[in-house]
Design a protein around this ligand. Structure first.
Ligand SMILES: Nc1ncnc2c1ncn2[C@@H]1O[C@H](COP(=O)(O)OP(=O)(O)OP(=O)(O)O)[C@@H](O)[C@H]1O
Length: 316
């Protein structure tokens, strides 16, 4: 099944962003961003710190006014517009700062939010799954970080939004809570919601997302299904050893169709037309020099390696 002619994923569009620009004074935080979320699909927005992910989400939610471009939420242009009640009730968001009233009590807050929606989820069942009863009477300001996040997810889901923004939903959650969050997201998607997921957890992106957008410098630098992004990268031999090995003899020993690099100290990658001869060439070069290659692997890179290759390994 092919996608629409503009290259976006197939299925109804829950969110369509084109050429989004947002500046903070002289700094351009978002610089011509394109992205799509389909109804019943999860798009993961991946990118290094400061890449412009949160700013993009905030523009989509109407929390920041874009300087350019178009944002269509559930078919309606919202860039620069004040969201109306219909629009607000169709969109759910779990943001990093929570945005929950600090003096509210969790269960009462969820019941209140449920009343604002036409067809809310069963509050008790949702609260139970996220373990809210254990801290139902504690005010939001006294909750632990993880409890606040679980409550924020419940608050985002309670109105059955058709488009859901999740900004690092499982960062700092314990493993059991992480699994529950993933389950709830999958269920919402199964009911037809579109999800824009911002995460630094590439395992989470691979598990949940059917579409991945890698962002750097405020724009999308790669997009596709996780499997496509990985398949598009060339096969490689990777190993770690002491840093600063002289790679010139290895380059000479291998065919010209492969590239040899040390992208970070002590981490070596041989990529290109990798075949059994290349693997043998690498291991015999190591043997000749008395180098023990650690964590030697051959094959397609993981999504994490694709991400690091595209965005670089240096902190900015
Ligand atoms: N309110 C603000 N005023 C000025 N600059 C800002 C503001 N918010 C963000 N920025 C800058 O805009 C750029 C993008 O920030 P943003 O928070 O969107 O990145 P991000 O991809 O969400 O990062 P992270 O992964 O760290 O959450 C950064 O350079 C940041 O310093």
């Amino acid at each position: 099944m092919g996608g629409p002619p503009d290259g976006s994923p197939s299925g109804g569009a829950a969110l369509r962003v084109r050429g989004l620009v947002k500046r903070y004074g002289p700094r351009t935080a978002v610089d011509g961003m394109d992205l799509d979320v389909t109804a019943g699909g999860v798009t993961a927005l991946l990118g290094p710190n400061g890449a412009g992910k949160t700013t993009t989400v905030e523009c989509c939610l109407g929390l920041r006014r874009p300087d350019g471009g178009s944002v269509r939420v559930l078919g309606r242009e919202v860039a620069g517009a004040v969201p109306d009640a219909d629009h607000r009730s169709a969109v759910g968001a779990m943001l990093q700062d929570g945005g929950l009233p600090t003096s509210a009590r969790p269960l009462r807050l969820l019941r209140h939010l449920a009343r604002l929606h036409a067809a809310p989820r069963d509050v008790d069942a949702l609260a139970e799954r996220l373990g809210v009863p254990a801290f139902a009477g504690t005010s939001v300001r006294r909750l632990s970080g993880g409890q606040r996040q679980r409550l924020a997810l419940a608050a985002a889901l309670v109105g059955r939004p058709r488009l859901l923004f999740l900004d690092e939903p499982t960062a700092g959650l314990d493993p059991a809570a992480r699994l529950v969050v993933w389950e709830l997201v999958r269920e919402a998607v199964g009911e037809g919601a579109g999800v824009l997921l911002t995460t630094h957890d590439l395992d989470e992106a691979e598990r949940l997302a059917d579409h991945v957008v890698i962002v750097d410098g405020g724009r999308a630098i790669a997009a596709g299904a996780p499997g496509e992004l990985v398949a598009g990268a060339s096969a490689s031999v990777r190993f770690t050893a002491s840093p600063g090995l002289d790679l010139a003899p290895l380059r000479q020993a291998l065919s010209e169709e492969v590239a040899v690099a040390e992208p970070s100290p002590g981490s070596y990658v041989v990529s290109g037309a990798v075949d059994p001869q290349v693997v043998a060439g690498v291991t015999s070069w190591c043997a000749q020099r008395g180098v023990m290659p650690q964590a030697l692997s051959v094959g397609r890179p993981s999504l994490e390696e694709v991400f690091l290759d595209l965005t670089g390994r240096r902190l900015r």
